[in-house]
Design a protein around this ligand. Structure first.
Ligand code: F6R
Length: 261
């Protein structure tokens, strides 16, 4: 796992966006895994800027989102369909038919989840998956106790996640209790992973995910088992890392380091 710590949220978002741009410049028809929430907003803004000002092209890209709340219509302002449209898709040129987001309104969740997994496979698998992290250490909505081999499925959100996400809704009671989420196993099959975290409320989860044991109690710790995982942090989210000096030392020497990829 590579740990890249930037002073600010903006610098962290730019660095992560450039990782996505690097992939698209070498593989224009890449399959991207998308995340929602407040963390990747800066990354999406930078990708939109690169599209508008530097011609970054999404016309051959396919996307799969990590998760969606159950019970919200796609036009609900807190649905992840709406989030993706407003914050990313309406500003770039990903073809509509190449956009996949789990349905929160299917009549058969098991069948839908199987189909979603199958579509990922038929599209050649995810090249690069963007991830955030919950304050309880979850990736996607793989709450503590999830299997590290889990696949896309219906999941009950943890109380801590509902409380964290209540900030987006009028009242805590409005936060859906269920979601469809890619599993940890699904995520680990992506060829590259980039996880972003910012803010001191993520410091515990970041420390546990990067330096703690690999455990289903902190599903982001599963990234330790992935051969190409990069973690982009701002300074406040990195305060509980014991190896901080080493990560900074690597960054300092990066310009002269031999290229491995
Ligand atoms: C969203 C997702 C979640 C969030 C996490 C952090 O698609 O998969 O795991 O990444 O809950 O959310 P924010 O960024 O709002 O703190």
């Amino acid at each position: 796992m590579e740990v890249i710590i930037k002073e600010t949220y903006e610098a962290m978002s730019r660095a992560a966006a450039h990782e996505v741009a690097r992939l698209l410049n070498t593989k224009p028809n890449a399959v991207l895994g998308m995340a929602t929430g407040s963390t990747p907003l800066g990354l999406y803004q930078e990708l939109v800027r690169l599209h508008r000002e530097e011609g970054l092209d999404f016309s051959q890209v396919t996307t799969f989102n990590l998760d969606e709340y159950v019970g919200l219509q796609p036009d609900h302002p807190q649905s992840y369909h709406y989030f993706m449209h407003e914050n990313f898709f309406k500003h770039v040129n990903v073809p509509q038919q190449n956009i996949y987001i789990p349905s929160g309104n299917t009549s058969n969740y098991r069948a839908f989840c199987g189909w979603y997994e199958q579509r990922i496979e038929e599209c050649g698998g995810i090249d690069l998956q963007i991830l955030g992290i919950g304050s309880d250490g979850h990736v996607a909505f793989n709450e503590p106790g999830s299997s590290l081999t889990s696949r896309t499925r219906l999941k009950t959100l943890a109380k801590q996640t509902i409380d964290d996400n209540a900030r987006f809704f009028d009242k805590a009671e409005d936060v859906p209790i269920y979601a469809i989420t890619m599993g940890v196993g699904t995520i680990l099959e992506a060829r590259e992973l980039i996880l972003l975290a910012n803010g001191d409320n993520k410091a515990w989860a970041v420390g546990a995910a990067i330096e703690g044991p690999v455990t289903g109690m902190v599903t982001a710790s599963a990234l330790q088992m992935h051969p190409y995982a990069k973690v982009y942090l701002d300074s406040p989210s990195a305060t509980q890392l014991k190896m901080r000096d080493y990560y900074d030392w690597i960054e300092e020497h990066r310009p002269g380091a031999p290229q491995s990829l």
